[in-house]
Design a protein around this ligand. Structure first.
Ligand SMILES: C[S@@+](CC[C@H](N)C(=O)[O-])C[C@H]1O[C@@H](n2cnc3c(N)ncnc32)[C@H](O)[C@@H]1O
Length: 212
């Protein structure tokens, strides 16, 4: 039995500018920080031990478990923990009562902010790990945000838009939001599949008249 708490911190899209004060304060209290290298690097002066998480999520969950009998554990995740995050698996495995969640700014929020668009009615879908399951209702939405940080994800998106009809939507590929190499380009459907796709990419599809 262990009573140690897990704190899951949303670290925003990558730049220090988008860390919350609550996130910084929680990191200052942490005993051990577990997260991807690039998030650990956001906290160069943290006193906590830093342990890089594994690409394999199950291995990262085991890593958290291996520390919990000795200490509290602080897990760093990208963006917001409530949006396609390892946080869901952590909470599932260790229990809601044992986890404290500190929200962060999602890359999806950033992408919509860059276009000056509200997003409360957007559909959000992840092609980050694999092609999403087919869902015809998705393609009726006026605004669709695709988490697309995987090489094949733009091909999937291209095929899906061709299949379900994407005329009338503008397509924006938003890479490396908040980072030095941020790039937002508008593409047309024929060039979408070859539009790049950094490991940090959000694609927004927006009904044309909403941007007039
Ligand atoms: C595992 S998901 C995590 C999403 C995260 N919880 C959030 O709220 O942003 C990883 C995906 O987030 C997106 N992402 C994360 N950081 C980004 C950034 N700085 N710019 C663009 N997309 C980003 C990419 O779509 C990537 O495939």
């Amino acid at each position: 039995v262990n009573n140690h708490l897990i704190t899951i911190i949303g670290c925003g899209p990558g730049s220090r500018d988008y860390l919350t004060i609550a996130a910084v304060a929680a990191v200052a209290q942490a005993e051990v920080l577990i997260g991807p290298e690039r998030l650990l690097a956001l906290f160069p002066v943290a006193a906590a031990e830093k342990v890089a998480s594994r690409a394999n999520m199950a291995a990262t969950l085991d890593l958290i478990a291996s520390r919990l009998d000795r200490q509290s554990v602080t897990v760093l995740v990208t963006g917001d923990p409530g949006c396609y995050s390892l946080a869901k698996l952590v909470i599932k495995r260790f229990g809601r009562h044992q986890c404290r969640v500190i929200p962060g700014v999602s890359s999806v929020q950033l992408a919509f902010a860059r276009l000056g668009l509200d997003w409360q009615d957007a559909r959000i879908v992840s092609a980050h790990k694999e092609d999403p399951e087919s869902d015809a209702s998705l393609w009726h939405a006026d605004k669709i945000a695709v988490l697309a940080g995987r090489e094949r994800s733009l091909q999937w998106l291209h095929e899906s838009v061709v299949e379900h009809g994407g005329e009338g939507r503008r397509i924006f590929v938003c890479e490396n939001l908040t980072l030095e190499n941020e790039r937002i380009i508008e593409v047309d459907l024929p060039t979408l599949a070859n539009a790049g796709a950094a490991s940090r990419t959000i694609v927004l599809l927006v009904r044309r008249d909403l941007l007039e």
